[in-house]
Design a protein around this ligand. Sequence first.
Ligand code: SAM
Length: 277
Amino acid sequence: MTAEERALVALLDEAGLGGDAPGGAWRTDGWVVVPLRGGHLLADCPRAYGGHEVRVYLGPDSVLLARALPQSPGLRVLDLGAGCGVQGLLGVPEPREAVLTDIEPRAARFCALNAELCGRTDRVRVVLGDLYAPVVGERFDLIACLPPYVPVPDGVPYTDVANGGRDGLALLRRLLGGAGDHLRPGGQLVAVCQLLAGADGPLLAGEVATLAPGLRVTLEVFSRSPAVALAADLTAGLASRVDGWTDAMLATAYAAEFRRLGATEALGVVLRAARPA
Ligand SMILES: C[S@@+](CC[C@H](N)C(=O)[O-])C[C@H]1O[C@@H](n2cnc3c(N)ncnc32)[C@H](O)[C@@H]1O
């Protein structure tokens, strides 16, 4: 075993994350260690270890957000809804400080571990709490967020990590609403999300001016798919996992919800909200 591997095992042990299987082997409850952007991150990966719920997410959209962040050194960064901490730990080079927040205790534990794995403990603060509550009165050059954005009709059980409420915008609305109070002049919020859209464009568009007064909001669309395709994907993903819900019930719930919202498309979007200097 190398010194790095020994150090990793000690950290995992300390966090109570394994080592309890017969013969002293490690039994993961869904986590994997992923090499990414020059570092290593602990995150949940249920596809590798089937059956576990994802509570600490890392996916292609996480990497997309990391790539969309400004690459200037010396920034004060808020990684909001940090998950495994990919944005705050590996998204920005040499931040002056990175504050990683999440409402999920397992995510906060993973962030602290990942800060150690990435050698970033000296410039990183991990705080547990709802949205901006852990950083009241603080301002940042950059807020990075991959909010839970999956639209979920009322009554359909769905993991909190990704549940964006009926139109997928529940957390995004709150995120934008508080951004002005937490950005320095010249600072920006960067979020990657999925926006349902209808005949008049993204459902969010009409609300932006009211939600984020004083911020310049831009949307860069990187993918488009028909809302029916999104509904089919979500139904297929959910059908085997939620008790008491059949494919047909889920498909009907999504069709009714999207009809109510007037949603015909789902857009993959990089959203930037900039505070003028
Ligand atoms: C889709 S994951 C993104 C994780 C990570 N930032 C990434 O890029 O992979 C959304 C994260 O937001 C967190 N979250 C959900 N609601 C929250 C809230 N009200 N306040 C803070 N974090 C929240 C979830 O626990 C989850 O870790």
